[in-house]
Design a protein around this ligand. Structure first.
Ligand code: ZN
Length: 214
């Protein structure tokens, strides 16, 4: 527990004050980062502690969540249930996955933004990658890709388009759709409004990786 500390939160659904564990920043030791930004840590992985689970009503939320409307709060009361599990200590990979799946359920119930759901499903895919479970990893990668596409096509307030297009390319590549991946990478490389040099370089690298394996 020495790498963790308890942070105070107020449940966005029922208003209960509770504490949820987080990894101390000074204990972050990155060992590796995958091409889709999935990050591996030598010690505790902060991703495991991203979701706060309310011990009273079972609502699960991350930083990006907004307070649900009154009608949705009622709906949440009827559809989610309190876990008989303690989320305040060290989390196993299974517990981390459980917390993320609850956050996804809550985000869907309150019709959260595509970009929030994209992040939640991508993170869940990473958790399955850590556990070596390839099937659900692919399922969640595909969901994340769909939410990113929706956000790209419909939402006007999306930040960092270059990074999002790159991710859409990398997720397409991971899901075996090379043709689509190349379209996204090309868009990053050719779009003059994207000036993130790191993302442009990574898009070129992925494109070249794909040529190399053909
Ligand atoms: Zn609550």
């Amino acid at each position: 527990m020495e790498d963790l500390f308890l942070k105070s939160f107020t449940c966005l659904a029922c208003g209960h004050d509770f504490k949820s564990p987080k990894v101390r920043r000074s204990k972050y030791v990155v060992s590796k980062v995958d091409t889709d930004f999935c990050t591996y840590y030598k010690k505790e992985n902060p991703l495991y502690y991203n979701v706060n689970i309310c011990p009273v009503c079972g609502y699960g939320f991350t930083e990006g969540f907004t307070e649900p409307g009154e009608k949705t709060k009622e709906e949440l009361k009827n559809k989610i249930f309190k876990f008989n599990i303690d989320f305040t200590g060290k989390r196993s990979i299974d517990l981390a996955i459980l917390s993320y799946r609850r956050a996804i359920d809550c985000a869907l119930l309150q019709r959260a933004k595509n970009i929030l759901l994209a992040g939640l499903t991508l993170h869940t895919a990473w958790l399955y990658r850590f556990s070596g479970d390839g099937e659900p990893e692919k399922k969640y990668l595909a969901e994340a890709l769909n939410y990113y596409k929706e956000a790209y096509e419909r939402d006007t307030d999306v930040q960092n388009i270059g990074r999002m297009l790159y991710l859409m390319g990398d997720l397409s590549r991971r899901l075996g759709n090379d043709r689509e991946a190349i379209l996204f990478f090309t868009r990053v490389i050719n779009d003059k409004s994207i000036n993130d040099a790191g993302i442009i370089r990574m898009s070129r690298e992925r494109w070249q990786d794909m040529r190399g394996t053909k």
